[in-house]
Write a protein that binds this ligand. Structure first.
Ligand SMILES: [Zn+2]
Length: 426
């Protein structure tokens, strides 16, 4: 069903390319001067960034995430929140004989609510202290349930000595906290994999891709490159262990198999919630890309042996996007409900960067001529305008960097001028 909706949306874009024609202003002017047909100018088939999930859209999100990094430094916490099909909110709504996988409508709705409440928990109740900014993006495993990657920037950075009070990679003591013990042993144990279970999905080339089991460590050690080495004590040294039955074999599980978690979040949300402390600047780029990498792709191709068969046009962005698209049932339901796949706070303003007369122009065959006569205003051209003013506004603007302007001026997209400037002019 959703694939049908998506195809229709993409079809609309394909048949309305005229409305979306994008060309740098200077090229348009040259083209008009040499009397070219306006319909021929511009890229062939464009999948615009306003299309959610498209490569241009993802690219914009990566850029926006890096804006946060530029402004606030490295994120503090990297949280992966996975839908738990055993939540009572889900199971209580199932009809007799149904499983959570039969009711993606319920799992999608419940996960959306839980995700909202998790974000509020962190950003409104400030359980880890006041937050500066946050962003998340939702994705789906091949057959399965949704999970969200969340990045949080805190007002006060977490100091290395504070890590143990926020993140744990150890099995809790059941005699002091049975509830947490149950949640962690059900949700936060990796594998086991390796020699204990060669068919575990994390295995590649006889090795665990997530490098479990980890080593025992008595103290948390912050690592210059990447995640810290969390404290994982040996059973002989106050560490806990329990017996897990894997494929009817009892296996002793100790702290080496625990996925880092936050006791507070795990207990509140009873789900697989992996919490990592971001310690290095090096990991930022990777994490930002990871948060925004978009849905997994399964690309396969049937080669047509008929040489006359039409080939995919490299300029046809819509076909390129569609051939690699995989939509799971849950994602389909999510998108039909119109739930967001990304959210963030605060907003990031996109500022235009271009050469003189190099701004993008949106035109149709009818408007191409008019567009060529008067170059459209952009945030950049108006920034220069502001700086050129002889009054106090101009003097103030000249003290700002271009990227600082949105803090003091609001860009009114329809009027194409800074609102405060408009007010001043009146
Ligand atoms: Zn593994």
């Amino acid at each position: 069903m959703y694939v049908k909706i998506e195809s229709e949306r993409l079809r609309y874009l394909r048949f309305n390319q005229q409305k979306l024609r994008v060309e740098e202003y200077i090229h348009l002017r040259d083209a008009i001067i040499t009397n070219a047909d306006a319909a021929q100018i511009g890229n062939s088939v464009i999948l615009p960034s306003s299309y959610i999930g498209s490569p241009r859209h993802m690219q914009e999100y990566v850029q926006d995430a890096l804006t946060y990094v530029q402004e606030y430094g490295r994120p503090c916490l990297f949280i992966t929140f996975t839908c738990n099909p055993k939540w009572s909110e889900i199971t209580s709504l199932l009809l007799p004989g149904q499983n959570a996988i039969h009711r993606h409508d319920i799992t999608a709705r419940v996960f959306r609510q839980k995700l909202k409440s998790l974000i509020n928990f962190i950003t409104k109740l400030h359980v880890f202290g006041p937050t500066r900014c946050w962003m998340y993006s939702v994705e789906w495993q091949k057959r399965g349930l949704p999970h969200a990657h969340i990045l949080v920037w805190l007002g006060d950075k977490i100091r290395p000595v504070e890590i143990d009070s926020i993140i744990s990679a150890e099995i809790p003591d059941p005699s002091t906290d049975q509830m947490l013990f149950d949640i962690v042993t059900t949700n936060m144990i990796h594998g086991p994999c390796g020699n204990l279970n060669r068919s575990s999905p994390c295995m590649a080339d006889e090795k665990c891709t997530k490098s479990f089991p980890k080593n025992f460590t008595n103290d948390t050690i912050t690592n210059v490159d990447g995640y810290p080495t969390y404290r994982r004590r040996h059973p002989d040294n106050c560490g806990q262990s329990f017996v897990k039955n894997v494929n009817s074999v009892d296996i002793d599980i100790d702290n080496r198999w625990v996925v880092p978690y936050s006791p507070l979040l795990s207990k509140t949300f009873n789900a697989h919630i992996n919490v990592e402390f971001c310690s290095s600047v090096k990991s930022i780029k990777y994490i930002c890309k990871y948060v925004n990498k978009g849905s997994d792709m399964a690309v396969f191709r049937v080669e047509n042996t008929n040489l006359n068969a039409p080939t995919v046009n490299k300029d046809d962005e819509i076909t390129l996007y569609q051939i690699g698209r995989y939509v799971s049932s849950n994602e389909a339901v999510w998108r039909i409900f119109g739930f967001p796949i990304h959210e963030r706070d605060p907003a990031v303003n996109h500022l235009a960067v271009h050469l003189e007369n190099g701004q993008r122009v949106y035109f149709t065959s009818e408007t191409a001529f008019d567009c060529a006569i008067s170059p459209p205003k952009t945030t950049l051209t108006e920034f220069f305008e502001l700086c050129n003013r002889a009054d106090a506004f101009g003097a103030f603007t000249r003290t700002l960097l271009y990227s600082e302007v949105p803090r003091y001026f609001t860009w009114a997209a329809t009027k194409k001028m800074d609102v405060s400037q408009a007010r001043y002019a009146n």
